[in-house]
Design a protein around this ligand. Structure first.
Ligand code: AHR
Length: 521
């Protein structure tokens, strides 16, 4: 069923950007006949909390200034890590954090980042602005960050320009609980007990910045590096291979065939860009909105097709598909270093996050980790900082609202949606996923991608009753709405009450361009 955009009702507001259309106006008729069946009696696989993971690279102001200010900073910190940032990230329950890159990982030599900070050698961050990296944030600081956040560490090793021995020794340094050169060095550097190292990436984008390798060559390299990344004590390392770039299905085929179960996870990278062309995160038109969301929806096809290849070699789904880089990639903010990838974040980015996380939820059986790029001040971030100031992005609010899905059981859904039509193109206006948490509560995350029309959706609950429903919504009067240091609460969640229970479930009316998460008890 197609719901046409209401011509002429789309208004431009000069100061704030682009106004929402008819659906945003009180009393405007919602699009009809959207239905959602939730099979609450058919619990599916667990949605790993790690799907809500994060990524932090030595890039621009993600690490330095974003996370790390150093112990001597006037900005309140704990052992050099910003207290305000840690508190904000704890609220969204970061489950796992990937570090140190990205492209940086394949140039990083971990030994330069341990020991007394004043004596650590510097290096050039060749990928990201060719700035001098002082190595003040290294292994101890990263693992302290994970402990302060209460999340699991995911370290990406250097295959492109490092050695097998270097990676072997890094694992020994972190995890060996005995007498050895690396464990002794760790103790000398202030840490007696080994850490737990949960996840280890064997290189990053080795088809590109990580060495420009072929899939066949990388498969052999993976085997060499992974062989010597040993398990010590009761630490068990989950080894993640560099996976495909977007739709490179050949890469997945080769890795599954040649590496197979020697890897625990295969990493997919997909960035959904910035619409039809690279443009500002906040100065854009409806055309950019439409194509950005269309590009984001492409994640479904990529995950489904890579999963289908993986299914042929691994029908039991023992190997995880790990989408360890994803998100929007806009033009950098004017006046900032192009190598720092600093971009703002609007309601559009929130929709990108909402629909992508719904896709991951649906593929919970295979997609067991994902890491949005990146956590702070880089690409589609959770937080922007400016000296001692901090602002939460609309994307951060989506991660907060969707955190109810972490470790919940996926519930199968059947969604019939009107179309959101733009010119000669269309995409479904609605997007949804549902889960049941350990306490038996149901959560439904619904996105209305159409910036012009509200949408009424009739939800039928099979095998459950909607006795008590509550919800939160993220939306704004203009699609370019975003938070700034001067106006940090332009886009923030609010209570959602536009629903009513029915005999078989409930109906909800989603405003145009909105994200709603409902809790049903
Ligand atoms: O996230 C920014 C960069 O994008 C990463 O360093 C790299 O892996 C990818 O190309």
């Amino acid at each position: 069923m197609n719901c046409k955009r209401l011509a002429g009702l789309f208004v431009l507001t000069s100061a704030l950007g682009i106004g929402l259309g008819a659906g945003a106006e009180p009393g405007a008729p919602p699009a009809a006949a959207n239905t959602l069946v939730i099979h609450a009696d058919q619990a599916g696989p667990v949605i790993s909390r790690n799907v809500y993971g994060q990524f932090s690279e030595h890039l621009g102001h993600c690490i330095y200034e974003g996370l790390w200010v150093g112990e001597a900073s006037p900005i309140p910190n704990t052992r050099g890590l910003r207290n305000d940032v840690i508190a904000a990230l704890k609220k969204i329950r970061v489950p796992v954090l990937r570090w140190p890159g990205g492209c940086f990982a394949d140039e990083y030599h971990w030994k330069d980042g341990v020991g007394p900070r004043a004596q650590r050698p510097t290096m050039i961050n060749t990928h990201w602005g060719k700035v001098t990296e002082n190595n003040h944030f290294g292994t101890h600081e990263f693992l302290d960050l994970c402990e302060q956040l209460g999340c699991e560490p995911y370290i990406c090793g250097n295959v492109g320009s490092g050695s097998v021995q270097e990676l072997q020794q890094w694992v020994e340094y972190i995890t060996f609980d005995g007498v050895s050169p690396m464990a002794d060095w760790r103790k000398k550097n202030g840490r007696d007990q080994p850490w737990k190292l949960s996840y280890l990436g064997i290189g990053n984008e080795n088809w590109g910045c990580g060495g420009n390798m072929t899939a066949e060559y990388y498969a052999d390299q993976f085997k060499r590096y992974a062989t010597y990344a040993r398990n010590f004590g009761d630490n068990r390392i989950f080894k993640i291979a560099c996976g495909p770039n977007g739709a490179d299905y050949h890469w997945t085929e080769v890795l599954m065939k040649e590496v197979g179960r020697r890897m625990n996870g295969l990493a997919l990278h997909y960035y959904c860009g910035s619409g039809r062309r690279s443009r500002s995160a906040t100065q854009f038109e409806e055309e950019d909105w439409f194509f950005q969301l269309k590009n984001a929806l492409r994640m479904e096809e990529l995950v489904a097709k890579h999963s289908a290849i993986m299914d042929q070699y691994d029908p039991e789904k023992r190997i995880a598909l790990v989408v360890d880089e994803w998100g929007a990639w806009h033009a950098v903010e004017p006046g900032t270093n192009p190598g720092f990838l600093y971009q703002q974040n609007s309601l559009r980015d929130a929709l990108v996050a909402g629909i992508t996380l719904n896709i991951f939820n649906h593929h919970a059986a295979r997609v067991r980790m994902a890491n949005i790029a990146q956590m702070i001040n880089v690409l589609q971030s959770m937080i922007l900082t400016d000296k001692d100031k901090l602002v939460l992005t609309p994307t951060c609010h989506v991660f907060d609202m969707y955190s109810v899905h972490q470790d919940a059981k996926l519930l199968p859904t059947e969604l019939k949606s009107a179309d959101y039509v733009f010119g000669s193109e269309k995409i479904p206006a609605l997007d949804a996923s549902a889960s049941r948490d350990n306490a038996g509560r149901l959560h439904v995350s619904l996105c209305n991608l159409d910036p012009n029309q509200a949408a009424e959706v009739a939800c039928q609950l099979q095998g459950a009753m909607a006795q008590k429903v509550s919800g939160r919504i993220l939306t704004a009067p203009v699609i370019t709405a975003h938070n700034t240091f001067d106006h940090p609460e332009t886009v923030k969640p609010a209570d959602f009450n536009a629903f009513k229970t029915t005999d078989g479930g409930f109906t909800a009316t989603l405003p145009a361009a909105s994200i709603v998460v409902l809790e049903i008890e």
